[in-house]
Design a protein around this ligand. Sequence first.
Ligand code: SF4
Length: 329
Amino acid sequence: MIEVIYMEDGIRDHPRSQQILARFPRATVLPCKHYKEVFNPAGQSFRLQKKKPALILAKQTGKLIHPIPPSYGVGGTRNFYFSHLLNCLYDCRYCFLQGMYPSAHYLMFVNFEDFEEEIVRATKTAKEQSWFFSGYDCDSLALESVTGFADHFLPFFKKLDNAWIELRTKSVATRALQNREPLDRAVVAFSFTPQEISTQLEHGVPSVDARIRAMLQLAEQGWKIGLRIDPLIDCADFKDRYAKLFENIFTTLSEHTIHSVSLGAFRMPTGFYKKMEKHYPEEPLFASDLESKGGIIAYRENTEKRLKHSCFELLEKWVSPDKIFTCEA
Ligand code: SF4
């Protein structure tokens, strides 16, 4: 699956780099001084690289945890994200990563222990619970077999009594979770659009039914489940399609297994959107009823309200409203 691995000189002997190299004995390994030499140059073809991304192993430096946008959370007051990985196994047409990064290569930071130190520093004196979102710049679980991210960080979070972790995913690669006791302060959050939209826009993503089965398995084991209905995508028969999605989910999972549901309509910084439009000019999503306001492209206000309101109403039939959170642009 991975044919080329770029490796920063400084982390060549890191045990995590060595483990990954051992997993891909046939890969061509190319040294680099700094990942930016490979990842950052302008003019790379994201679309072409996406067909066969290389893996870049590097060390992340500087600030390792960041505050999340205020509306991204699910009830907490101290909210951060951290990224052990940039980019994703999947290829969703609406994904902002394609607009944000010049390269589609997987960029993995192997210095997990430095992330841990910063998380400990951020939570040490905090009186309130802190939330750490791990699926902001990647899918938290899709590349677990390469990164070992959940396998490493779940035991770490288990030791912290004032920190929550959210694993956000469209993957069914949940073995790292099935192999351990559920954590009290972890939410495994699955993102969904209705199957017809997923087929059209979420390339490589497991089917809705497969994800519901994976959720059920984890919920039965005792993991707290999150639902991320984000982005909402406007379409013909919007309400019927989303009603069917929610019915499928909630006739399979009991309400008490659901920690939170978040709703957010499609939105994106205008600069990212323009880059994505260039990658995929033929994509119908980019001809939707969108407008640019304050540097963000989003559905027109009335459309956005309609989408969120419809879904909120549909969800209220299944789940307590105090578990539903709405993300704003
Ligand atoms: S699963 Fe998430 S991170 Fe991956 S391509 Fe889709 S939207 Fe982007």
